[in-house]
Design a protein around this ligand. Structure first.
Ligand code: HEM
Length: 497
């Protein structure tokens, strides 16, 4: 007899001339009450375990070996957890901590308590939105270099856009954080090793369900050790180069080093510096690479949106390359990225472990439980988004914004992504620069499988055809929609002057 959780995940995708329902896992329909098969399925892919009823506004719970798992899919309650009662929910889940500690040590993404508080202030300051204009020339230059490289590739060659976007964003973050080039060999090395790391780590941590509040450390298999060693070798070399004075004095790393010199009580020794640098490097490139990859997929499947993007770039920029100053007028480009982050949030699960007992909705929650806020579900909840599985960038245009706490690709509250302005600016700018010159075309019917391990990526990469565009005259373009307000609750608009 075949066991249900071993069955391949069924993928739904509907494409017509005007409507796109992009690829997503079909609703889970296994027998109710059997949670072990679900856990085993979640080990392979966390997106394929949700039933139709999970995509509703509600708070629910399951127990697995006595462990309480609380799923929170209601904006008001999400605000309670991430903002109002944040101290109780500051701690990341053991699954997340254990899956990333080998790579990031006590880096910000997984630390908590005094270490997190002290370093959060430092890191969020150096990637703060006020610094984005200073780093935007790096973004523009690196994207243009990629465009020049792509120009050398013969028209209609098949490329895998996922590693291409990973190389682009790794180079951008390296130049911003360390003030130095990474180069093709190292960007490929980091990107390939992180892909391998994601495939190898177990992000369910059965030890936690068997009673260990801290979960069990990951088994460091030779393959996992090799993947980590390859990433650490690259990161250590750029940190050491930097400390030896070979990096730029305007880089993020330099800001960290100077802060430490002024405030020795911060205790940022070489290991802590390496961990924070690795954290910014990994958190800062992998998420933006995934966003851009999904955006290319969506444009390839929705030519009517792709046309609007092309026309807008032509109207706003003519033949010159888009720059930071153009972003406030690139409404379609921004809306495509916003909608991409709704449909494919690169961090599709925000998992926490509560310190003390609490009551969430009608549920009494024991200390040490697993609290799951799942942007993948929230962003596809029908009461919050009309036709939630469809790609409709227009829902982010003309001043329209989702209801508070219903759209959280960057999380919210004190642990909100400190790099959100950097990441958004980078994604919109790279898309505009590359889409001005190239199209990415997917064969009709090519299967794309969204898979969530640590981040949400297309499981088999995204091979497609790179097509060189011939420019159209700037006048031959649609009118741009009126300016829209962007309201990120934690900070102001990154695009306004
Ligand atoms: C589109 C791009 C990005 C997305 C969607 C994204 C998303 C997120 C999310 C959801 C979290 C919170 C995770 C949780 O609470 O469990 C997070 C944290 C973080 N992100 Fe981003 N991120 C992006 C880009 C960046 C960039 C460009 C940087 C750095 C330059 C960055 C640095 C960080 C750091 C350091 C944290 C940990 C913060 C903490 O725990 O206090 N991210 N990101």
């Amino acid at each position: 007899m075949r066991v249900r959780f071993r069955q391949p995940v069924e993928i739904v995708e509907h494409v017509s001339d005007t409507v796109l329902e992009p690829a997503h896992a079909a609703y889970y329909s296994g027998p109710p009450g059997k949670f072990l098969p679900l856990l085993l399925r979640a080990r392979r892919d966390f997106l394929s375990i949700w039933r139709v009823g999970d995509y509703r506004e509600k708070v629910s719970q399951v127990r697995l070996f006595g462990r309480q798992i609380v799923l929170v899919n209601a904006p008001e309650v999400i605000r309670d957890i991430l903002v109002k009662r944040r101290d109780n929910y500051e701690r990341k889940s053991p699954q997340m901590r254990r899956a990333l500690e080998y790579l990031l040590g006590d880096g910000l993404f997984i630390s908590d308590g005094p270490t997190w508080r002290q370093r959060r202030a430092l890191v969020s300051d150096i990637v703060h939105k006020d610094r984005v204009p200073a780093f935007s020339p790096i973004i523009e230059r690196t994207a243009l270099e990629m465009a020049r490289r792509w120009k050398q590739i013969p028209d209609r060659t098949t490329i895998d856009i996922l590693p291409e976007m990973a190389a682009l964003t790794a180079e951008i973050i390296s130049r911003s954080v360390f003030g130095q080039e990474l180069g093709d060999a190292d960007t490929a090395e980091v990107s390939a090793s992180f892909t391998q790391y994601q495939a190898l780590v177990d992000s369910t941590n059965p030890g936690y369900f068997l009673g260990l509040d801290e979960g069990l450390p990951m088994v460091r298999t030779p393959a996992l050790r090799r993947a980590v060693r390859r990433m650490h070798t690259v990161i250590d070399r750029i940190v050491e180069d930097h400390l030896a004075g070979r990096g730029s004095h305007h880089s993020m790393m330099e800001l960290l080093v100077r802060r430490q010199a002024r405030n020795p009580e911060l205790g940022l020794n070489a290991v802590a510096l390496r961990n924070e640098a690795a954290t910014i490097f990994m958190a800062g490139h992998e998420t933006t690479a995934a966003t851009l990859t999904w955006a290319w997929y969506l444009l390839a499947r929705a030519p009517w949106v792709e046309r609007a993007v092309h026309d807008e770039i032509a109207a706003v920029c003519g033949d010159r390359a888009p720059t930071l100053d153009d972003l406030p007028r690139l409404h379609w480009c921004q809306a495509v990225i916003d909608e991409t982050l709704r449909l494919y949030p690169p961090v599709p699960i925000l998992a926490r472990q509560n310190a003390e007992a609490d009551r969430i909705g009608d549920i009494d929650v024991r200390p040490g439980s697993l609290i799951l806020i799942v942007p993948w579900l929230l962003h596809r909840t029908e009461s919050l988004f009309e036709a939630p599985h469809e790609f409709r960038p227009e829902r982010f245009m003309d001043g329209r914004r989702p209801a508070p706490y219903s759209y959280i690709p960057f999380a919210s509250g004190p642990r909100v992504c400190p790099g959100q302005h950097f990441g958004l600016t980078e994604a919109v700018l790279c898309l505009a620069i590359l889409a001005q010159r190239f199209r990415f075309v997917l064969p009709p019917g090519q299967k794309v499988v969204p898979q969530c391990r640590l981040t949400l990526r297309p499981r088999d990469g995204l091979p497609g055809m790179l097509v060189h565009r011939r420019r159209r005259p700037a006048g031959d373009a649609v009118t741009c929609p009126p300016a829209r307000e962007r309201e990120h609750e934690s900070a102001g608009c990154p695009y306004s002057a």
